[in-house]
Design a binder for this molecule. Sequence first.
Ligand SMILES: C=C(OP(=O)(O)O)C(=O)O
Ligand SMILES: [Mg+2]
Length: 400
Amino acid sequence: MTRITSIALRRVLDSRGNATVEADVLTESGGFGRAAAPSGASTGEYEAVERPPSEAIAAAREHAVPRLEGLYAGDQREVDAALRAADGTEDFSAIGANSAVAISMAAAKAAADVIGAPLYQHLGGAFRGENFPVPLGNVIGGGEHAADATDIQEFLAAPVGAPSVSEAVFANAAVHAAAASILADRGVPAAKGDEGALAPSISDAEAFEVMAEATDRVAEEVGFSIRFGLDMAGAELYDADADAYVYGEETRSPDEQVEYVAGLIEEYDLAYVEDPLDEDDYDRFATLTERVGDRTLICGDDLFVTNVDRLEEGIDVGAANSILIKPNQIGTLSQAFDAVELATRNGYDSVISHRSGETEDTTIAHLAVATDAPYIKTGTVGGERTAKLNELIRIADGAV
Ligand SMILES: C=C(OP(=O)(O)O)C(=O)O
Ligand SMILES: [Mg+2]
């Protein structure tokens, strides 16, 4: 029933106006799945390789599609193994991780369609947990996502006390609105960055003040705890030649960076810090986690790149206590699931994540629910972000 009869690939627009790969998978009983690859701007050095979409499509049509037709979409591992075999490299540099992830996700949707189940149910099975992820919402940002804004890439609202996913989603939107109004009161104009976060030309120190005020204000209104966190995108701040983290005119040595981050966690009671250090600095990740890991999440994004080998290395030395999961960093849903499973077995929290370049695809909302992930990071406002947030609300409402 789920035997794949055809796969169509095309170029569609992403939220930055760039081309990306969309895949349609059709099965012999009429099951249909469609998915599109997201795309990063602050990409990790060890990510699977995204090829220019037209090249990725041509290569996948030649090497992957003939192998996949005739396989069962319901057997996700077989589909994903065929994608890897068709590619033949370790990093999807032949067919492109963008073609691979679009096909992998579209196959899962086609299989779910055949059995008439929502995607999260197909992926998670009958005995998946009943929890919903806490959405981490990008409220103020800069770095690689906006010019002339903060040095730290993302200041994220974390509505950890929200009684439901819907209340959490609305709380993040309220924090975004509160931050916009605080900036307006200060006379600071704020455009938006790639993920819909406010991108004012202010210092990181001022952004901390605005976030503290906005989260406190909204927490008081809604009556539950809202903390905040960061994606520092440390690899982007780190200058290897100078062996220093560069914040505009200011620099910090790697040891000073550890002190700085530990101090911020203490001062602002941060719930979450992603990539506080460079992607090769497992040792200082471990030092920081040892110091503050009992009260905050230290998350590896560029550090782990959703890769079980890199995660294994991190687990061995105690680097971080959570992992960002981006399916396109590794290329298939099966490998993303493997990373979540390894993380969970070792007490690491998974944070299922969007990319800065997104489409209206909602797969990651289903992936978060299917894996019982405690967190999802998928923006706050903007259609390609609310597509996932609204899908979470619908799943919680039993409307999907
Ligand atoms: C979502 C992120 O940005 P990008 O997609 O640009 O890597 C991130 O760094 O976590
Ligand atoms: Mg990141």
